[in-house]
Design a binder for this molecule. Structure first.
Ligand SMILES: N[C@@H](CCC(=O)N[C@@H](CS)C(=O)NCC(=O)O)C(=O)O
Length: 232
């Protein structure tokens, strides 16, 4: 990546000043990034963030065999996706990974500045999406398809309650996004990449019928060139 740096250049005797400050352009590699990913899983949040950031990365996986593998467990103790290695350091949980990547490229304005109130709003909406919405659609999925749990361990009776609770969270977001186009400072950020995935998941489960603002929000997200959300 190209970056501009200030350099103090010593000046010859008689120039009237000892140093001249000049801007030099140099090549920098922001970070070495490896991503364990698989198509439409939550690793799509990280892939989208990397595309918006314009960062290269090494992709590992993209095959269902990667889930639970010994290689993945070295990075994610539960063997789940996504997981990343950034400059040799392992990191899991999609919220943590997209935030870390956005912080690597502050000039792209993909996340509110650390310590700012807007940054706390990022944490607020990510936490809200995870605990008040995503947990319920995830539980619906676990209890209805055989990808994770065998049939005798599923509790399909929970699906109606999960759906009711997801809709409550979605109604809150629908209200907020009726007054703003995006969640933080009304400009696109990784908060929208993160929450957009949760909203799209609810759409796929038919839970957004009453949420016209969320449907329009998804439409705005789909318009972005780098969007990795699945169309349902
Ligand atoms: N909260 C985690 C969820 C991780 C997760 O459950 N990933 C799924 C794919 S979307 C997975 O790997 N499931 C396999 C399993 O549960 O064994 C995150 O956001 O990264």
């Amino acid at each position: 990546m190209l970056a501009w740096v200030d350099r103090a250049i010593p000046q010859p005797k008689g120039a009237g000043y000892r140093y001249a400050v000049v801007k030099l352009q140099r090549q920098t590699t922001v970070a070495e990034i490896t991503l364990f990913e698989l198509g439409p899983t939550r690793s799509g949040r990280v892939q989208w963030t990397l595309l918006e950031a314009g960062l290269d990365y090494e992709s590992i996986g993209n095959d269902v065999e990667i889930i639970g593998s010994a290689e993945l467990r070295k990075v994610h103790p539960l063997g789940k996706l996504p997981a990343a290695i950034i400059d040799g350091k392992p990191l899991f949980e999609s919220a943590a990974i997209v935030s870390a990547i956005a912080d690597l490229v502050p000039e792209k304005n993909l996340i509110a500045k650390p310590g700012s109130w807007s940054r706390y709003l990022h944490y607020q909406w990510v936490s809200f999406a995870l605990s008040e919405m995503e947990a319920f659609v995830q539980s619906n999925e676990i209890n209805s398809i055989d990808f994770i749990l065998p049939e005798d361990q599923r509790v399909p009776e929970i699906i109606a309650q999960n759906s009711m609770l997801y809709r409550k969270g979605a109604a809150v977001l629908d209200d907020v996004l009726g007054k703003a186009r995006y969640l933080v400072d009304d400009r696109f950020s990784v908060t929208d990449i993160f929450v957009g995935y949760t909203v799209n998941w609810g759409y796929a489960e038919g839970l957004l019928d009453d949420c016209r603002n969320l449907q329009a929000y998804l439409g705005r997200l789909f318009e972005r060139d780098c969007c990795t959300l699945e169309r349902h």
